[in-house]
Design a protein around this ligand. Structure first.
Ligand SMILES: Nc1ncnc2c1ncn2[C@@H]1O[C@H](COP(=O)(O)OP(=O)(O)OP(=O)(O)O)[C@@H](O)[C@H]1O
Ligand SMILES: [Mg+2]
Length: 586
């Protein structure tokens, strides 16, 4: 290529492994020459440059730039003449000039004084694949806005991904935009499950998603996560909010194990040996009779303390209606009636359990009721988690106490994973024959140190082994430093939006490949919706303007418009009624 070529920007001055220092040509105006009527931002961190080498063009990414006098004693200043402007470039791959195909890695290195060119739109088109059969658009290159960046859909889904960024940086919008592409650009049978703790996604996905909510507007969208799929201790925690004292725990375990065994013995659709059933085996049982029993023991009075048949029952109550049994009050000062042997042992647990069973925010745990006559209720429940025939399923947990939400998410993740593990590659169902992608908002809540055991175990197992069984994860979090290091290391792709916290930046920097660690330095200065995308789903780590989803999720900041209107006393009645309704009798 002749010296005066319009795309030339400078020449190679220093080669250190894959790091090349380029001195910009003295006659180059600024660092953004105009080519074919467009400003070419070569002097931008993340812009691409080209080193023609005969049959191939090496491609590199600008990672540092400066003027040598200002660079003090840093490495390039030793090589580049005083007054020269320089770029530091990381070599990343090469374009074969005959096939115009790009591949990662370089076979040869540039020589001294070799010319360096900025990458034109044609060069970039060779590097970045277009949307199509296997590729899904996510946005535009920040350095060349007419070039689309597409993700390799297969790798993005099964090799896991992390979407990280400070609050308000655009994570939910970025994920909504990706999900819209899956739903609209030719993946109608996708299996994407979104765990949505704040009810932000339904608006963005419209008819493309099946939405199940804990507190639905109409009964068809009821989210159900049967409590009986949880171990006994977690059932107690869900409804009573605590695990109780050891005596209560073991009594509850005992009653649950009995109830589960009785169900297995009665149901012919369950082929299990009742003797192998424990308090934690995920088979159906009714929790209300167990509540009734605990409450009965806790309040029982007798005419003769040791004789159960002398019980002073006034009303036996109704377990299914949550009516407790009533007894004569015990006598003062050692007179009959006496307290029963377990009187008061369970403390407030039975009462808390009753309130939990009445709480509408927890009603989703009590659906569906299982019938010993069959069929297996889990099949329909799991199909509803997967969104039926819609490509995306949003599980909206807004309004659920956070501990209960964690436990419910644990059940959902665990069952999806177990189903995938048990589906053979050539079988029907989910997993290898039809992969599932789980998008986990607030992932640090489920994977962090304080997470409920079931949620943490299930999410970590999917992160570790999901790829083998066709279950992918998208971890969405504003606190990447709170994710376990192993989970982040399992994410094949990272979409890093603006990150202001230095611990979080450090975590992402260590997850980036060495060759582009410099890109991590721009994390705090990214604009809203601008991200560094790196990993297996993209050919090169790049800075991207993520497409704004249309419609946007319900995530924008509230406006102060109402503050400009005439002053009135706010009407709080509906909100108070809804809040109090949380304890209405079911
Ligand atoms: N690509 C984009 N271009 C322009 N604006 C955007 C873009 N993505 C998001 N925004 C705007 O930024 C705001 C916050 O976006 P979003 O709710 O997606 O952020 P977030 O990272 O999920 O925040 P949080 O951590 O609070 O959930 C929204 O008002 C949205 O309109
Ligand atoms: Mg969000």
């Amino acid at each position: 290529m002749p010296e005066g070529s319009p795309t030339r920007v400078g020449a190679v001055r220093h080669v250190l492994g894959a790091r090349v220092t380029v001195a910009l040509d003295g006659d180059l105006a600024g660092v953004a020459p105009i080519f074919r009527g467009r400003l070419q931002p070569i002097g931008q961190i993340g812009s691409l440059v080209r080193f023609p080498q005969g049959l191939v063009d090496l491609v590199g990414q600008v990672s540092l730039l400066g003027i040598s006098e200002l660079a003090g004693t840093s490495a390039p200043a030793e090589v580049v003449q005083t007054g020269e402007r320089w770029l530091q470039v990381q070599l990343l791959g090469e374009i074969d000039r005959s096939t115009l195909r790009f591949q990662r890695g370089v076979g040869s290195y540039p020589g001294l004084d070799d010319p360096v060119h900025f990458a034109t739109a044609d060069d970039l088109a060779a590097v970045f694949p277009l949307a199509g059969e296997n590729h899904l658009r996510i946005g535009r290159l920040a350095a060349a806005e007419d070039v689309a960046l597409c993700l390799d859909a297969g790798r993005f889904v099964v090799r896991h991904a992390a979407v990280v960024g400070s609050t308000g940086s655009g994570k939910t919008s970025a994920v909504a935009s990706i999900l819209q592409r899956f739903a609209r650009d030719g993946w109608p049978a996708a299996n994407i499950v979104v765990i949505d703790p704040h009810g932000e996604y339904p608006r963005a996905l419209g008819d493309d998603a099946a939405v199940s909510s804990v507190l639905p507007r109409d009964a068809t969208n009821q989210l159900s996560v049967p409590y009986w799929a949880l171990p006994a201790a977690d059932v107690l925690e869900v409804f009573a909010g605590s695990r109780g004292r050891p005596t209560t725990r073991s009594r509850f375990d005992e009653l649950v194990a009995e109830a589960r065994r009785a169900f297995v013995a009665e149901a012919d659709w369950l082929k299990l040996d009742p003797a192998a059933v424990t308090a934690d085996t995920p088979v159906p049982f009714e929790v209300r009779p167990i509540w009734h029993q605990l409450d009965y023991e806790n309040n029982e009075t007798r005419m003769e303390a040791k004789k159960p048949d002398t019980v002073c029952e006034e009303d036996s109550g109704k377990a299914f209606e949550l009516n407790p049994a009533r007894f004569q009050a015990y006598g003062p000062g050692g007179a009959a009636p006496f307290k029963g042997p377990m009187h008061g042992v369970h403390d407030s647990v039975p009462e808390l359990l009753r309130l939990g069973l009445m709480d509408p925010r927890l009603r989703f745990f009590q659906e569906p009721r299982a019938d010993a006559a069959g069929p297996d209720p889990l099949i329909d429940v799991m199909a509803s988690w997967l969104g039926g025939d819609k490509p995306v399923s949003v599980l909206d947990f807004s309004g659920v106490p956070s501990r209960a939400a964690e436990l419910a998410v644990g059940v959902v993740l665990n069952l999806i994973f177990e189903a995938a593990v048990r589906t053979p590659a050539d079988g029907v169902g989910i997993g290898r024959p039809r992969p599932v992608l789980v998008a986990l908002e607030e992932a640090h809540r489920y994977l962090g140190r304080d997470a409920a055991a079931m949620a943490g175990d299930a999410a970590n197992r999917i992160a570790r082994e999901g790829r083998k069984y066709g279950v992918g994860l998208v971890l969405i979090t504003q606190r990447p430093s709170e994710l376990p290091e192993t989970a982040l290391a399992q994410c094949g792709s990272i979409i890093a939006l603006r990150l202001s916290n230095s611990a979080d930046q450090g975590r992402i920097r260590s997850a980036l490949p060495d060759s582009v660690a410099g890109l991590a330095d721009i994390l705090p200065s990214l604009r809203t919706g601008e991200a560094i995308v790196t990993g297996e789903a993209v050919v090169l780590p790049v800075r991207v303007l993520v497409d704004l989803p249309d419609p946007v999720p319900l995530a924008e900041d509230p406006t102060l418009k109402a503050w400009r209107e005439a002053a009135t006393v706010p009407d709080l009645a509906p909100a108070v009624a809804a809040w109090r309704g949380a304890y209405d009798v079911a």
